[in-house]
Design a protein around this ligand. Sequence first.
Ligand code: GLY
Length: 358
Amino acid sequence: MGNFCYICLSVTSHYHIMKLYTGKDINKLTELIPANSGVFAIIDNKVEDYFSAMKNWKIFPLRALESSKTLGTAAHICSWLMENKADRDCFIIGAGGGVTTDLAGFVASVYKRGVRFGLVPTTLLSSADAALGGKNGVNHLRVKNMIGTITQPEWVFQSPVFFRTLQRRVFTEGIAEMLKTFLIFSPDLYAFCVSFFKSYNHRNPSEKEERLLERLVRECARLKMEVVKKDERDHGERMVLNLGHTFAHALEGWAAANHRKILHGEAVAAGIVASAKAAAIMGICPKSLASELSEDFHSVGLKTSFGVSFSKIFNTMQQDKKASGEILTLILPLGIGNVARYLITASDLRKACGRLVI
Ligand code: GLY
């Protein structure tokens, strides 16, 4: 694969191996397509131009909005595949941010009971998190990722060249997911990442900075996939990756219902700080952690509060996928590099967090 770098990540319950490719040459993608397979690519229309050299791909340009991540859109893409005679040997590619990779993975895992697929994340957020680990899905009744599958892509192709044209806000939300992973697994990389992103100009990085970002994203992916390998179905260890997400998903649900725009990574940053505040109230982490995290996130351009009172998101928090009856599983930070799963009843959560503003 030339100067390509790839890491093989065998996922326990799967007989195939998900490969992670990183590199700058997008044309290398053609080497990843299985022979004799028709390629059907679902591509975020904002990045379609990057793929103009792929003449024999059939392209479904997607207007990728969180509100279009629905069963209806998935069904529409399946109809398009049928109209274009995509058979069981076809290969699906999803190229774009998290909305596109989640939808494309979902369609690939259900179309004709499942066909092979690869993902090309084009945002920092999807490269560092969404496109990795095989979670595919759509939102339903305003609840995020309520319907979906866990099916691994055959490969993920990461390239920092896609990041240069992202809007500042879209680039920055990806930093939140990277910091989350390092906060869970690596205090050193967490600290490094905070100082790296303080001065990173994503539109005009130096060669050296871009190479460093590529390595950081790869390291983030490697750490994430280590835990996915141990618990692909998300019943145990993998749950730590949901740090801040119970608050974040509920905040996103509130935003959708109130016509406010809060991006997933922005909600994750606010959710992590809210989790640290909740952990301090429960007496399991120092009070200073929330302010330390908040300061770090602000320094890289992330907001940590949207002024939403806890009571406004509490009902949605109870619909979290990890909730079991009255009991919610929260992932709470105890310190940098130290997180814990915490089971709490909905009524205790309300008592503890009633005064929080997220
Ligand atoms: N984004 C959390 C996970 O992949 O498990």
